[in-house]
Design a protein around this ligand. Structure first.
Ligand SMILES: [Zn+2]
Length: 151
């Protein structure tokens, strides 16, 4: 059973995909990811996309753009599973989302990269509502090359 997604969910994820696509081809070996943060009351809070070269992650940029505590209780729309660990040694996006107090994460698909996979589980275990499957076909198309390189 996939969760029911609202029109607001589709709009926020559509925006996240637009951000991701704008960075496609500019993020080195890393996938171009988009992230949109929305407050619990539905107000757009912040957004981000993987930086040039792929070092800066979308979630970190979106969270870094708002004051501490601003995203508490809010929702994150991310085009790919937030990373469980970061190969570079930085703080993983799943940790950043937890620390920010996000209450709900909406994501199309899981990451097949070993450092990405497990982010959902980590957030779920901490009590975050994790809903997967929104616009999954678009994510599979966007990340086909990235996943193929992992194989
Ligand atoms: Zn990340």
């Amino acid at each position: 059973m996939s969760p029911e997604f609202s029109q607001a969910d589709h709009a926020a994820m559509g925006r996240a995909f637009a951000l991701a696509r704008a960075q496609a081809g500019r993020t080195g070996q890393n996938p171009a990811v988009g992230c949109v943060l929305v407050r619990a009351d539905g107000q757009l809070l912040s957004e981000g996309a993987t930086g040039d070269g792929g070092t800066a992650h979308a979630e970190a940029l979106a969270l870094g753009a708002v004051p501490a505590g601003a995203a508490r209780g809010g929702m994150a729309y991310v085009t790919l599973e937030p990373c469980r660990i970061r190969s570079g040694g930085g703080t993983a996006c799943s940790t950043l989302l937890l620390e920010a107090g996000i209450s709900r994460l909406v994501c199309p698909i899981a990451d097949e990269h070993p450092n990405g996979a497990g982010g959902f589980e980590r957030l779920r275990m901490a009590g975050v509502m994790v809903e997967i499957g929104l616009m999954a076909d678009q994510a599979r198309a966007l990340y086909a090359d990235f996943f193929a390189r992992l194989a």
